[in-house]
Design a protein around this ligand. Structure first.
Ligand SMILES: [Zn+2]
Length: 82
C-alpha cells in the first residue's frame, strides 16, 4: 500500500510542490460545510490567526472544527475527553 503510487517519469518537482502545500480543511460546526481554510505548512502564529479569523463561506459561522483526518487525530490525541 503506497501512498502516492510509484510513477515513473520523474515528477520530483510536482511531488515537492504537493508536499509543500497541504490544504488545511475546516468544517463548520453550524452547518457542516467543509472548505479549505489555509495551506500548510505555515508559521503557527499565522495559522492560529487564520483559523481564528476564518469564517464559513456557506453560513458565515466562525466556529470551525478540523476536517483533516490526520490533523484531527493529532488534536483528539491531545485533548481526549472520553
Ligand atoms: Zn457554516
Amino acid at each position: 500500500m503506497s501512498k502516492a503510487g510509484t510513477h515513473t517519469g520523474g515528477g520530483a518537482a510536482e511531488r515537492a510542490e504537493a508536499k509543500e502545500r497541504q490544504p488545511f480543511r475546516g468544517v463548520c460546526t453550524a452547518c457542516g460545510h467543509v472548505w479549505t481554510v489555509a495551506y500548510l505548512p505555515m508559521p503557527i502564529p499565522v495559522f492560529v490567526r487564520t483559523a481564528k479569523s476564518a469564517r464559513c463561506p456557506n453560513c458565515g459561522g466562525d466556529k470551525i472544527n478540523v476536517a483533516d483526518e490526520a490533523i484531527a487525530q493529532t488534536v483528539s490525541e491531545n485533548g481526549e475527553t472520553s
